[in-house]
Design a protein around this ligand. Structure first.
Ligand code: KIV
Ligand code: ZN
Length: 514
């Protein structure tokens, strides 16, 4: 018999805790809608109490994303749980996930609580969360460094108090598959017949997050917490695509599977990478650029004779198809809308208009447009931020023995300003000139370029990470001209920073008024 394992996706919560991976509300919404298409069971949309931005993102996702259960994290404190409920209440299916440590190291040094106090608090907070929702998850943080007998007591007590899922986090990525399998087997045994599910949440500090999660499934866990591309705090979380494909490919061994729509894996990976600016390493399992590339002559020979010789997963299974030219210069709005619908996008009239204009501009520069080009156009159109700074004109000079210089014309809140500056290279010249024109105090932390598709007329995609006063944003730009893409990415980041400052000011004003 095949057991169905629940996929609890935490890309928007733990994944967002990756250094520099912060997303704004529109980006979170876009990812959440893609996670729904991927058919995850639960979306952990954020940590409502942590910031007004997180609260608003959960609230919007709860209202607009259909299908999965929507969940908010909450510390084991009444005010956190109340805030999670406020953010979640419009979701048809909702879950509160509350947590407190169970290891002596954390209880003694961080929380200054005894084991008894922590257990009492856990029970009370599960009951408090149950007063709002039926579906409550409890996590004893740092479970894998906790005393096993105390951990068992906590798990039994919170199940008794009404937690339907108890998640066992390997918070610091310390455990091993054999050890973790034993812990999970013990816990499953202890709560057998109580109607609750054991979940696992593994970090990748020793590179064992997926192996530990798979061992846990083998030992009886019924839910896995994971992220797209394995992003997350420090070395990341268990990667969703590796778990889903591991189970699908080795169903014979695990006797378990997930509801994941695997054909959406590739697209989900591209989206999360593009939005967070976190590039997927080429040799990453399942979604790396080389994951299906066979270079050895012997392998290629075998594949030509029979795919089963060296291919354990068909690329189509994860949605990788031969790049398909989908549209061109003569395609009209109707065909454009149809093609987007085929790719699973439904846009508002305004977003469609914005996307169509971008499409027309790109179709003038590029002979053929591929699915990836359309994805990039749509992502830009639906995650548009208010433009405090917009580009009116750009001229760049550089070459052998020509000192790089740039003349930038910007609308800054409707006022046209222009300046010429120099730099170490053309992009540096543009960035220095923009920084001077906008008087930004922000620092450029990362600059990443990649090609969206193959070919010399491919769009270059640039992501920049910019920081000011501890706030980090990622800006994006794409164009067939890499200098223009770089300029767009920088301006996008500066606009996001300005938007963030404005949202914070509005949130503070709201709190002040209450
Ligand atoms: O890693 C961890 O322990 C967590 C918990 C909040 C589940 O992310
Ligand atoms: Zn975690």
């Amino acid at each position: 018999m095949t057991r169905m394992i629940r996929i609890f996706d935490t890309t928007l919560r733990d994944g967002e805790q990756s250094p520099g991976a912060s997303m704004n509300i529109e980006e979170k919404l876009l990812v959440a809608k893609q996670l729904a298409r991927l058919n995850v069971d639960i979306i952990e949309a954020g940590f409502a109490f942590s910031s007004p931005g997180d609260f608003d993102a959960i609230h919007r996702i709860a209202q607009e994303v259909e299908g999965p259960v929507i969940c908010s994290l909450a510390r084991a404190k009444p005010e956190d749980i109340d805030r999670a409920w406020e953010a979640l209440k419009s979701a048809p299916k909702r879950r509160i996930h509350t947590f407190l440590s169970s290891s002596d190291i954390h209880l003694k040094h961080q929380f200054r609580m005894t084991r008894e106090e922590a257990l009492k608090r856990a029970v009370e907070m599960v009951q408090h969360a149950r007063s709002f929702v039926e579906d409550v998850e409890y996590s004893p943080m740092d479970a894998t460094r906790s005393d096993l007998s105390y951990l068992c007591d906590v798990v039994e007590a919170v199940v008794e108090a009404g937690a339907g899922t108890v998640n066992i986090p390997d918070t610091v990525g310390y455990t091993t598959p054999q050890e973790f399998g034993e812990i999970i087997r013990n816990l499953c045994e202890r709560i057998r017949d109580k109607g609750a599910i054991i979940s696992v949440h593994c970090h990748n500090d020793l590179g064992l997050a997926v192996a530990n999660s798979m061992a846990a499934i083998h030992a009886g866990a019924g839910q896995v917490e994971c992220t797209v591309n394995g992003i997350g705090e420090r070395a990341g979380n268990a990667s969703l695509e590796e778990i889903a494909m591991g189970l699908r490919t080795r169903k014979d061994f695990y006797h378990a599977d997930t509801q994941i729509q695997t054909e959406e894996i590739s697209k989900s990976s591209r989206l999360v990478s593009q939005i967070t600016g976190m590039v997927v390493q080429p040799n990453k399992a399942i979604v790396g650029a080389n994951a299906f590339a066979h270079t050895s002559g012997i392998h290629q020979d075998g594949l030509l004779k029979d795919k089963n010789t060296y291919e354990i997963i068909r690329p189509e299974t994860i949605g990788l198809t031969q790049s398909r030219s989908v549209m061109g210069k003569l395609s009209g709005r109707h065909a454009f809308r149809e093609e987007l619908a085929k790719l699973g996008y439904t846009l508002s009239d305004q977003e469609l208009q914005e996307a169509f204009e971008r499409f027309k501009r790109l179709a003038d520069q590029k002979k053929e447009l591929f699915e990836e080009d359309l994805e990039s156009i749509v992502n830009k159109a639906v995650t548009k931020v208010p433009e405090r700074f917009s580009l009116k004109g750009l001229q760049v000079q550089s070459g052998l023995n020509v000192p790089p210089s740039a003349t930038v014309e910007l609308f800054i809140q409707d006022q046209l300003k222009s300046q010429t500056g120099t730099g170490d290279g053309p992009v540096d010249a543009v960035y220095r000139t923009i920084a001077s024109l906008t008087e930004t105090k922000s620092l450029l932390r990362a600059y990443i370029v990649k090609a969206i598709t193959g070919g010399t007329d491919a769009q270059g995609e640039v992501s920049v990470r910019v920081e000011e006063n501890g706030e980090v944003v990622t800006g994006h730009g794409s164009d067939t001209d890499i200098i223009i893409a770089s300029t767009q990415a920088y301006l996008n980041a500066l606009n996001k920073l300005a938007d963030l400052v404005e949202r914070h000011a509005r949130a503070e004003q709201k709190i002040g008024l209450c």
